[in-house]
Ligand binder design. Structure first.
Ligand code: G6P
Length: 619
């Protein structure tokens, strides 16, 4: 594995443990995993491992804090417990659909992330066996299958054998944890969704990621797809011919989700950017300040330069960052490069041995992106990744690439990681480029100044942002426009950010496209957010803005230009001048602040907007 672990970064929601106060640990673990899904939460617990009475459960729609209130200390002292935070896929957000799901006699209970694709077929089979399902979820079939298997398996077989038989009947993706009354231990299975086992003095635990293990476990073992185990206080039990995972020391420290002086994590993370940008640059620029040196890739820069093409695969914000990264690669090298929405990746057409496909992801767990990388590999492409979360599935699957070093990002809407993706991508493009040193030096010098520039911009912008937010709240959905690759991608990210946390439908497009249809949307007072860096497209942007203005639009102008373009602004948001290739960094800051401001004024929980999850581990 070539990834280098300079700093520790963290990034759906299962936690289970066997310990003296297991349920308390599960509630705390769920709190730390909540960013992965938060429409409902639940837990189950066994108080005395030998006891064969039904398992106690509690669940509720809403946040983990609501589960904690509902539990109200009732599970104190439980010895075995599993819990779940949900991001609904099958079935609405109701108490009934929340996990855990229990067998009809209450003796088995399970939590699940992922999707069981053949749940309808399994459900029919269960109905024929006399089982009735009480939820709309795809998950519930598993618990009844396990119940049937345990009750009908031949004498002499273990509970793990029954569990493995059930797993062999499932199709789709899952991370699963199950407990059975009268049995000591937690049954766990991974296939296509992450699960990590942790152990320490307090006991043994299983979690969707390592985040909850800090302070509770000293060692971790990453489960692989296909692994099915029974976790007990004495260690991991596997079926006879199956290899157990190896534990490694848990490195790093847990960074608490604490907004400090800021009212929300999102605002804190926007303000983290000077630091997070410093971190992604640190150690990746040559001592003489001329060259970028992003290491960690299997292929050397010389080998990459000989490739036919570089594909980038990503989703959401990471996709827009990837579009910018592809622009950089095209600009600084002669290699063809294109960014793809991971779920639309045409692997067969664009992958061969002479290509590199890079997954770009904050979490490193996004199923669509993992699937695209899998397809890329299938068609012979070299694969690597740009990820924020150390030890994530993507970084381990690709085994090479670079970490983003943005630190943990808790708010669902990505801010600082977007900037670090773009920065890491730029470093990558410069590392493999053979543009003249002078040109490179100028860009690299300005790149090094970026943390300071961003820091001053974060102090100056508030009043204009507030005015712009009010304009949008009063006059309706904004249109985001930019031109020339970099800015039109920032416009797309702006529209996504605004939709994610304000629920206002937004569109974004390159300025030149406006006149080919969307201009029909503009009426008196329509807000247009125009991104105008001082680059070669400035004059063309002026034309696009005039086209909007003459139809009554109100222009929120984000620009670093101090020239006459500013006269076209109804609200001017001035950014700091920098190298034109670095405009994404300076222009994304007001866009993030604007989305935040609109979200807060609308009363949205900006850190946990409805229907979203930080890490989407389903297709
Ligand atoms: C989800 C999140 C988006 C995020 C996307 C990619 O859809 O809601 O905010 O951009 O996943 O996540 P990743 O972890 O792969 O960057």
């Amino acid at each position: 594995m070539k990834y280098n672990r300079q700093l520790l970064e963290l990034m759906c929601g299962i936690f289970g443990c066997i310990a003296d106060d297991a349920a308390a640990m599960v509630l705390e673990g769920l709190r730390k995993l909540e960013y992965r899904g938060y429409d409902s939460a639940g837990l189950a617990a066994i108080f005395s491992p030998g006891d064969s009475s039904p398992i106690e459960t509690e669940k509720t729609t809403g946040y983990v804090s609501e589960l904690v209130s509902k539990v109200n200390g009732r599970f104190d002292g439980a010895k075995i417990s599993i819990g779940h935070t949900r991001w609904a896929t099958h079935g609405g957000v109701t108490d009934q659909n929340a996990h855990p799901h229990s067998s009809n006699d209450g003796n088995i209970t399970i939590v699940h992330n992922g999707i069981i694709e053949n749940s309808a077929e399994l459900s029919n089979r269960l109905n024929n066996l006399g089982y009735s399902l009480s939820s709309e979820t795809d998950t519930e079939v598993i618990v009844h299958l396990l119940d049937h298997e345990i009750k009908t398996q031949p004498d002499g077989l273990l509970i793990l054998d029954a569990f493995c038989t059930v797993i062999s009947k499932l199709r789709g993706s899952w991370a699963l944890a199950a407990i059975v009354s009268g049995h000591e231990g937690i049954l766990v299975s991974r296939s296509g969704a992450p699960l990590v086992i942790g152990r320490g003095e307090a006991g043994i635990s299983v979690s969707s990621d390592v985040l909850p293990f800090y302070g509770a476990c000293s060692e971790v073992a990453y489960m692989n797809d296909g692994d099915n185990f029974l976790l007990t206080t004495n260690g991991i039990v596997a079926q006879d011919d199956v290899e157990k995972p190896t534990f490694e020391a848990l490195e790093g420290v847990y960074d608490e989700e604490d907004p400090g002086i800021f009212p929300h994590m999102m605002l804190k993370e926007i303000h983290d950017q000077p630091t997070s940008l410093s971190n992604v640059l640190s150690g990746r620029i040559s001592a003489d300040g001329v060259n970028a040196e992003l290491s960690g890739f299997d292929l050397s820069p010389a080998e990459i330069r000989k490739l036919e093409r570089i594909n980038l695969v990503a989703c959401g914000t990471a996709y827009y960052a990837s579009e910018i990264i592809s622009s950089y690669i095209r600009k600084f090298t002669c290699i063809r490069s294109e960014a793809f929405i991971a779920s639309e990746f045409p692997a067969k057409s664009v992958c061969s041995q002479n290509t590199l496909t890079i997954g770009v992801s904050q979490s490193g767990e996004t199923k669509d992106t993992l699937d695209a990388l899998f397809e890329a590999k299938k068609y012979g492409s070299n694969v690597s990744s740009l990820c924020n979360v150390i030890g994530s599935t993507m970084s381990r699957m690709t085994g090479n690439g670079a970490y983003l070093h943005a630190g943990p990002e808790f708010a669902v809407a990505s801010t600082k990681v977007f900037s670090n993706m773009v920065a890491a991508g730029l470093l990558f493009a410069l590392t493999i480029s053979d543009i003249p040193n002078l040109e490179k030096k100028k860009l690299v010098q300005d790149l090094r100044k970026l943390p300071n520039i961003i820091s001053s911009q974060l102090i100056d912008a508030d009043e204009a942002i507030e005015q712009a937010a009010n304009l949008i709240l009063e006059n309706g959905p904004p249109i985001f426009i930019g031109r020339g690759g970099l800015s039109s991608y920032i416009a797309k990210e702006g529209a996504l950010k605004m939709m994610e946390i304000s629920y206002i439908p937004c569109i974004s497009l390159p300025g030149g496209e406006l006149k080919h249809g969307p201009i029909a949307l503009i009426t008196q007072g329509s807000p247009v957010v125009a991104l105008v860096p001082s680059d070669s497209k400035l004059n063309l942007m002026e034309t696009s803005i005039r086209e909007c203005k003459s139809r009554g639009a109100k222009i929120i102008l984000i620009t670093d230009s101090e020239g006459p373009i500013s006269e076209l602004a109804d609200i001017l948001i001035q950014t700091t001048q920098t190298h034109p290739d670095l405009s994404p960094f300076t222009h994304i800051i007001p866009i993030q602040l604007l989305a935040y401001q609109v979200g807060v004024e609308k009363g949205v929980n900006v850190d946990r907007p409805r229907n979203l999850a930080k890490s989407v581990t389903v297709v």
